[in-house]
Design a protein around this ligand. Structure first.
Ligand code: NAP
Length: 324
């Protein structure tokens, strides 16, 4: 008999067909009005779950006593209580690597858009204000040749370092849970404390996972250490930054600007003070959102799920001490 899974992320026809060959699939649209009720109905029979952006709390997990694996279509796993899943004997898998380069592209898009005021000035042109050649009031600031500070030198951090060093001739500083001599050798990057990085960098890019040790990592004290002409780019998770402190720093122009892909509350409220600020570029969590990368992530998640349900150790197992 085929195992049963609950799918709560749309897949391409090809991937859905591949999944349906192996398992019985129940589709649940968690954004629909009856989404949660349908999920609750499907959980008791489920051996696997495949999706993203859903907080599966213990009350929901209690409804799924047969659950063997949750295959998350994301690299970040901050939505899950990993210790609880391990206790329950449920494997958790994620989709690292396949999204690294695309997310680093997003980081650089935010660096460039914020530094060169691309969104603000494109809007200004659209509104018919371009009547004469521009003066300093509309100038931006350079990216090439500046200092890039990377907080969290993992996969995405390294892909940013490569772009900064090789593409833009930037000096690379980084702070991470440990020094990475191989990264230092490749990109002439220098390991430093968070305080030193914040003091020296022109662009501070956040690429740490959200965890107890990174929640609120950048607060009022850290923002105060940044140079007035520096830009903060967050492509990690919203809660890594104290958003109220950031809004205050931006309103008072204590830093030049911010490029933000992630927010404490997503979707970002239309009346967020961040959206009143010309020195902010806000994107709707598009780090990995290209056709190619989202398909690769979904393929990776399907592979993880099928391998776990076949009794193998899935390729991207997050809780290594779970039963596989
Ligand atoms: P990764 O390879 O695990 O890199 C994270 C790095 O941060 C690791 O080097 C880690 O150190 C370091 N780190 C962890 N805790 C730290 C702390 N308290 N202080 C300093 N450094 C710390 O992960 P990744 O694939 O690069 O992804 C990073 C994060 O980006 C994900 O977890 C996700 O939240 C976010 N993300 C966002 C989007 C988006 O759409 N905006 C897309 C993809 C990913 P170790 O090397 O010692 O583990």
């Amino acid at each position: 008999m085929k195992k049963r899974i609950v799918l709560y992320k749309r897949l391409s026809d090809a991937l859905l067909a591949r999944l349906e060959e192996q398992v019985e699939v129940t589709w649940v649209d968690t954004a629909a009005a009856d989404g949660l009720a349908r999920l609750r109905d499907a959980l008791p029979g489920a051996h696997g779950l495949l999706g993203a952006s859903l907080r599966l709390d213990s009350e929901l997990l209690d409804l799924a006593p047969q659950l063997e694996v949750i295959s998350s279509v994301s690299v970040g796993v901050d939505n899950y209580d990993i210790a609880d899943l391990t206790r329950r004997g449920v494997m958790l898998t994620n989709t690292p690597d396949v999204l690294t380069e695309t997310t680093a592209d997003t980081g650089f898009a935010l660096i460039l858009a914020t530094a060169r005021r691309v969104v603000e000035l494109a809007g200004w042109v659209r509104e018919g204000h371009w009547q004469a050649s521009l003066g300093p009031a509309h100038f931006g600031t350079d990216v090439h040749g500046k200092t890039l500070g990377i907080v969290g030198m993992g996969r995405i951090g390294e892909a940013l370092a490569r772009r900064g060093a090789a593409g833009f001739g930037m000096r690379v500083l980084y702070h991470s849970s440990r020094a990475k001599p191989e990264v230092e050798a490749r990109y002439a990057a220098r390991y430093c404390s968070l305080e030193a990085l914040l003091t020296e960098a022109d662009y501070v890019c956040l690429t740490v996972p959200l965890s107890a040790s990174t929640e609120g990592l950048i607060g009022a004290r850290e923002l105060a250490l940044m140079k007035p002409e520096a830009i903060l780019v967050n492509i990690a998770r919203g809660r890594v930054v104290d958003e109220a402190a950031l809004i205050e720093a931006l309103q008072q122009k204590r830093i030049r600007g911010a490029g933000l892909d992630v927010f404490v509350q997503e979707p970002l409220a239309a009346d967020s003070p961040l959206l009143q600020l010309d020195n902010v570029v806000a994107t709707p969590h598009i780090g990995s959102a290209t056709h190619e990368t989202r398909e690769a992530m979904a393929r990776c998640a399907v592979d993880n799920l099928l391998s776990a349900l076949a009794g193998q150790r899935p390729p991207n197992l997050v809780n290594h001490n779970s039963p596989a």
